[in-house]
Design a binder for this molecule. Structure first.
Ligand SMILES: C[S@@+](CC[C@H](N)C(=O)[O-])C[C@H]1O[C@@H](n2cnc3c(N)ncnc32)[C@H](O)[C@@H]1O
Length: 210
């Protein structure tokens, strides 16, 4: 794992952290013409760079991949991190935006997919709600969220017409390996049996569609 840290933020991430999730998202986007996607809270960028590699390996066509985080230091690191599976042309597919707070982020140009993985759990429920409401406004098709409050997520996504997307959900769920736990006391932990969480459909899968 990569573990960048500042006094304000924990940026734990990894290349190909959940390959099932990234591949499933790529497969859903393949039929779209020149899809636009944004990775919020991307830490030092391993997640969008891995997605770019998977997109190329699946022979995806033109795509716009934006990525950002609230921490300028993490975004600076994105220039230097490397992985043997990520080529220079994969790297060129990803545009790192200036630092953005996902809670206040808004745009007039919607994205086909908005991704926010393993970050909402660091925010209060009020801020999670604001962030999710903002994501809904910016998303045309796929909203990808994990490690939020499942009941809050259910409320906001239902209100905005998103449904859990079940393609490959078991592989995606167990792909969050380091978050699986027998005693899921922390909000970002996932029980070995997904159904043990109230509103489990909203923590069982990480992809929601409309
Ligand atoms: C644990 S990392 C997750 C990295 C990556 N998404 C992943 O799943 O591997 C959490 C990230 O959320 C970012 N973050 C926390 N609060 C944020 C906010 N309000 N807006 C944008 N990013 C934020 C942190 O800077 C950190 O990089």
């Amino acid at each position: 794992m990569l573990r960048p840290i500042t006094p304000q933020s924990i940026g734990t991430t990894d290349f190909f952290r959940n390959t099932a999730f990234l591949s499933t998202l790529a497969d859903l986007l393949l039929p779209l013409e020149n899809p636009r996607v944004i990775f919020h809270a991307c830490s030092c960028g391993a997640e969008p760079l891995s997605f770019a590699a998977i997109w190329r390996e699946r022979h995806g066509g033109p795509i716009t991949i934006h990525a950002t985080d609230i921490e300028p230091q993490f975004l600076s690191m994105a220039k230097n991190i490397t992985h043997e599976r990520v080529t220079e042309s994969d790297r060129e597919l990803v545009t790192f935006l200036t630092p953005r707070d996902m809670v206040t982020f808004r745009t007039d140009e919607p994205y086909d997919a908005v991704i926010c993985m393993n970050a909402l759990c660091y925010l209060s429920e009020d801020k999670q709600r604001l962030a999710i409401q903002g994501f809904c406004k910016c998303t045309r098709h796929y909203l990808c969220i994990t490690a939020a409050s499942p009941s809050l997520l259910r409320q906001e996504l239902r209100r905005n017409g998103f449904r859990p997307q079940w393609k490959s959900w078991v592989r995606i769920y167990y792909g969050w390996r380091e978050r699986l736990s027998l005693r899921h006391r922390k909000p970002w932990k996932l029980p070995i049996i997904p159904m043990l969480v109230p509103a489990w459909r909203y923590s069982g899968t990480s992809i929601f569609a409309r």
